[in-house]
Design a protein around this ligand. Structure first.
Ligand code: PGA
Length: 259
């Protein structure tokens, strides 16, 4: 399998944490720590901090993005935000279909699919999250669920545009629980996700898409996960809030591309 072109990416998902001031402080310190050997660092910050974060990150190899967006380009949708607005504030990517959006706000694959298409139109890279619940894993339906999420969320996306997608495998039972999938379990799921991507495109495209692992990633398990051939990066929640633990994860994840 060719892994040469896949970008290594470490993403911080800050969820509903950090003010503008806290964001600025974090980024200024992070810039001091990163080197040319570091993998790509993406920060999914709160909407309010996107502008400040992207101004500070400019020219510093840190990519700023958002954690959600609406599927419409504008309209009477009180409290929602459009991809164009994120782009306007400086965002380069957006996380879509995170399990907290799916579970708490009942987002369906069809809705997430419309958001993915809108993000591509708005020139935002989409990080599409997929993952099974504990119940689904125990019932043995993990692969069925992953395949359904991948197929339905990417339905109608042209093969030539799939390179604008990053996939994130996040088993729901591992998010914020302290339980991580073992590197072997994660690798198995990643291989399956890549096969699913291949089924909707072709080998070359599927092999070029970065697939991230997320769910209780910590400094002590990052390296083992990143050593797996199909794990191209990490989506880090809790451990990305402190610069110390986030930087350890970045540092342990090796250099720029997956070789
Ligand atoms: P966690 O969150 O690292 O705190 O488990 C990951 C995520 O929700 O993306």
């Amino acid at each position: 399998m060719s892994t040469e072109n896949r970008q290594k990416i470490i993403v911080a998902n800050w969820k509903m944490y950090k003010t503008i001031g806290e964001t600025a402080e974090f980024i200024k310190e992070l810039i001091q720590e990163l080197s040319e050997q570091s993998p790509s660092v993406y920060l999914a910050v709160p909407f309010t901090a996107i502008k400040t974060a992207s101004d500070l990150a400019e020219g510093n190899d840190i990519v700023i993005g958002a954690q959600n967006m609406n599927d419409a380009s504008e309209g009477a949708f009180t409290g929602e935000i459009a991809g164009r607005m994120l782009k306007d504030a400086g965002a380069k990517f957006v996380i879509l279909g995170h399990s907290e959006r799916r579970q708490i706000y009942k987002e369906s694959n069809a809705f997430i699919n419309r958001k993915v298409k809108r993000a591509i139109k708005d020139d935002l890279q989409a990080i599409l999250c997929v993952g099974e619940t504990l119940e689904e894993r125990e019932e043995g339906t993990t692969q069925e669920i992953l395949n359904k999420q991948i197929t339905e969320c990417l339905e109608g996306v042209d093969v030539s545009e799939l390179n604008k997608i990053i996939l994130a495998y996040e088993p729901i039972w591992a998010i914020g629980t302290g339980k991580t999938a073992t590197p072997e379990m994660a690798e198995e799921a990643h291989q399956f996700c890549r096969q699913s991507l291949k089924n909707i495109s072709n080998k070359e495209t599927a092999d070029s898409i970065s697939i991230l692992y997320g769910g209780s990633v910590k400094p002590d398990n990052a390296k083992g996960l990143m050593e797996q051939p199909d794990i191209d990066g990490l989506l880090v929640g809790g451990a990305s809030l402190s610069l110390d633990s986030f930087f350890k994860i970045v540092n342990d994840s090796g250099s720029e591309s997956k070789k």
